[in-house]
Design a protein around this ligand. Structure first.
Ligand SMILES: [Zn+2]
Length: 215
């Protein structure tokens, strides 16, 4: 593996390299790195959109996350380490420290990209095999993948109680919802769970299972 460094004066060489590459992987490049380069180099285009994969965006889209994940979050969970240097700490670093920080980010991004390609990335929260709450959730409701029907293959994340309302009888209805991805067939499904409680005793009076919505 080879690392190359480009100082502000090396912009033309960087452009040449980017345009000769078969694929360019960035983390949040669309919202940060490319914009910085556009401004610095006075160019409207840095690399063709077809061969640029912004891993941050790809993860958010692929797993239908409500918000982008920070690199630091993913490295902690997947690589067992925090990001080398946080962005805001880089401003006052020496050149050698900057190089070490950039190298670390690039290598982390590379490893996360490999995991992403292999569908082996983990997310904050809700792996039913490791997180008690979601293991309980999937186990209690005996949730199977709605696509391939396998057991214990669903990953959950972003589950949240969405809303509570009173119906005409004074009962309390609340909805929870979130997403699950099957680690076997890769299907992503949105699930919902509607629960009804007696308005006075708050005893649960229905026994619905979570259901999957077609996506
Ligand atoms: Zn499946």
């Amino acid at each position: 593996m080879k690392f190359l460094y480009f100082l502000p004066k090396d912009g033309a060489n960087l452009l040449k390299l980017l345009n000769s590459a078969a694929e360019v992987i960035s983390y949040n490049g669309k919202n940060f790195d490319l914009l910085v380069l556009m401004k610095h180099l006075g160019r409207r285009r840095i690399v063709s959109a077809k061969k640029h994969l912004d891993l941050c965006e790809a993860i958010q889209t692929s797993y239908r996350l409500n918000h982008p994940l920070r690199l630091n979050t993913l490295t902690k969970i997947n690589l067992g380490k925090a990001k080398h240097t946080l962005g805001r700490e880089m401003k006052n670093s020496s050149l050698e420290k900057l190089k070490a920080a950039c190298r670390s980010d690039v290598y982390d991004t590379y490893r996360l990209w490999k995991m992403f390609k292999a569908s082996a990335l983990r997310f904050p929260g809700f792996d039913p095999r490791s997180d008690d709450q979601w293991r309980w959730f999937a186990g209690f409701y005996k949730l199977l993948c709605p696509k391939c029907g396998r057991q214990r293959t669903l990953w959950f994340w972003d589950g949240a109680c969405r809303d509570s309302v009173r119906d005409g009888h004074g009962n309390l209805i609340d909805w929870s919802s979130g997403h699950a991805k099957c680690i076997s067939c890769q299907y992503v499904a949105r699930w919902e769970l509607k629960r009804v409680f007696d308005g006075n005793s708050m005893r649960r009076i229905n026994a619905d299972r979570p259901y999957f919505l077609k996506t």
